[in-house]
Design a protein around this ligand. Structure first.
Ligand SMILES: O=C(CO)[C@H](O)[C@H](O)COP(=O)(O)O
Length: 207
């Protein structure tokens, strides 16, 4: 299982600092949606230039204009671009077309999708390299939130999937047992007093 750090910071400087701290322990460097909205896709270029050996994930969460938005991000250095599973099939098909042209990958983020299992199968058939079983920051804060549903949806869907939703050192082993191909960790790394140590601890928990 690969480890992806979600860099939910707001400036390119902060992202470069964080990436420099955690790169030895992670496989995928994700530019978070707030960072891209704040700094633009130049953040993707800056991270790829600084870490050409790492996979770079642009968390666009695209809902429309799939081919155009994905093409821009791939042209700027992204290896993966996220498209929302709630988007129409034509948006996902367009984004996959751009990914194929660049020999890169589309990840479909299932945040907010009620039936994640069905949509996971549909978008994988459309060409997504993997889906993200994702509970966003707001959903994590809702009463009754349970992380377990993400894992069981991934297990049932039987397609390549990542998991994101507050993963930390005490939950990452369960993520791996569920069969996930990627564990995404944001706050447990960028919010730690020592992000390098936090990333190292997560990496060490992956067997
Ligand atoms: O995409 C996101 C929110 O929409 C986050 O980057 C993702 O949820 C990972 O962060 P955390 O581990 O803090 O949940």
């Amino acid at each position: 299982m690969k480890l992806q750090v979600a860099m939910d910071v707001l400036t390119i400087d902060a992202a470069l600092t964080l990436a420099g701290q955690v790169a030895p322990y992670v496989d995928i460097l994700e530019l978070g949606t707030p960072l891209i909205k704040h700094e633009g896709l130049s953040a993707v270029r800056a991270i790829k230039d600084a870490h050409p050996d790492k996979l770079v994930f642009a968390d666009l969460k695209t809902m429309d204009a799939g081919e155009l938005e994905a093409d821009i991000a791939f042209s700027t250095g992204a290896d993966y671009v996220s498209i929302l599973g709630a988007a129409g099939d034509s948006t996902i098909i367009g984004a996959v077309k751009a990914a194929k042209a660049h020999k890169k990958g589309i990840v479909v983020d299932l945040i907010g999708v009620a039936d994640k299992v069905t949509r996971a199968k549909e978008v994988t058939a459309l060409g997504a390299v993997f889906v993200e079983m994702h509970a966003g920051l707001d959903e994590q804060a809702e009463p009754g939130f349970t992380f377990q549903t993400l894992l069981s949806d991934g297990e049932v869907a039987r397609v390549p999937f990542s998991v994101a939703g507050g993963i930390n050192a005490s939950t990452i082993a369960a993520v791996q047992r569920s069969g996930a191909t990627v564990a995404v960790a944001g706050g447990s790394i960028h919010g730690a007093s020592d992000p390098a140590a936090a990333a190292a601890e997560l990496k060490a928990a992956i067997v």
